[in-house]
Design a protein around this ligand. Structure first.
Ligand code: PRP
Length: 186
């Protein structure tokens, strides 16, 4: 789906599909260089938002990209800021001794990723690094060490390239700011 298909739902396009593609190739070259020696990392995608970036990053990488998936959820909306996370779908892969690269669409407060990184480290992974296409530095509640960042963006409500509003807009090709009238009154 393109921005033009969405009428006035979008306030503006923040990062175009072409810009995402260029940046993704740069990130892939960095990742290839960093994992040059030894076995390629296991890519761990966090459902559902990371589906697009995982699909594109994996195809861009010039090594065999083994993929696994997790689904996580905060313990209820009221405790979202607690940083306590529940695993809805766990990995099918044993990661003890392996290099793991978490692949995410966005880091907002950082709470999910801080928890996830620690969780995967506690399973004995040799290393756990994070790759995210988007990050909102001004929304950070905890410091998370992120190895690869596509774009730092403002705290606007963004959708597209995997990011949703009420499960919509995920398949928008670009990253865009949602117009306030779409979610006003909620
Ligand atoms: C998003 C994103 C991260 C998390 C980041 O997922 O994919 O997993 O939020 O937020 P944080 O930095 O504040 O913890 P979301 O919970 O929206 O689920 P989704 O991927 O299924 O859309």
């Amino acid at each position: 789906m393109d921005a033009k298909d969405l009428g006035d739902d979008l306030a503006k396009v923040l990062v175009t599909e072409a810009e995402l593609r260029v940046r993704l190739a740069e990130m892939a070259r960095e990742i290839e260089a960093d994992y040059d020696s030894g076995e390629p990392p296991l890519l761990v995608g966090v459902l559902r938002g990371a589906v697009m970036v995982m699909a594109d990053l994996a195809r861009e990488l010039r090594f065999h990209a083994e993929m696994d998936w997790m689904a996580v959820s905060s313990y209820g909306a009221s405790t979202k800021s607690s940083g306590v996370v529940r695993i809805l779908k766990d990995l099918d892969t044993e990661i003890a001794g392996r290099d793991v690269l978490i692949v995410e669409d966005i880091i907002d407060s950082g709470l999910t990723l801080a928890w996830l990184k620690e969780n995967l480290e506690s399973r004995g992974a040799r290393s756990v690094r994070i790759c995210t296409m988007l990050r909102k530095p001004e929304a950070a509640k905890v410091e998370v060490d992120v190895a690869y960042v596509g774009f730092d963006i403002p705290v606007d409500f963004v959708v597209g390239y995997g990011l949703d509003y009420a499960e919509r807009y995920r398949n928008l090709r670009d990253v865009a700011v949602l117009a306030t009238h779409v979610y006003a009154g909620e």
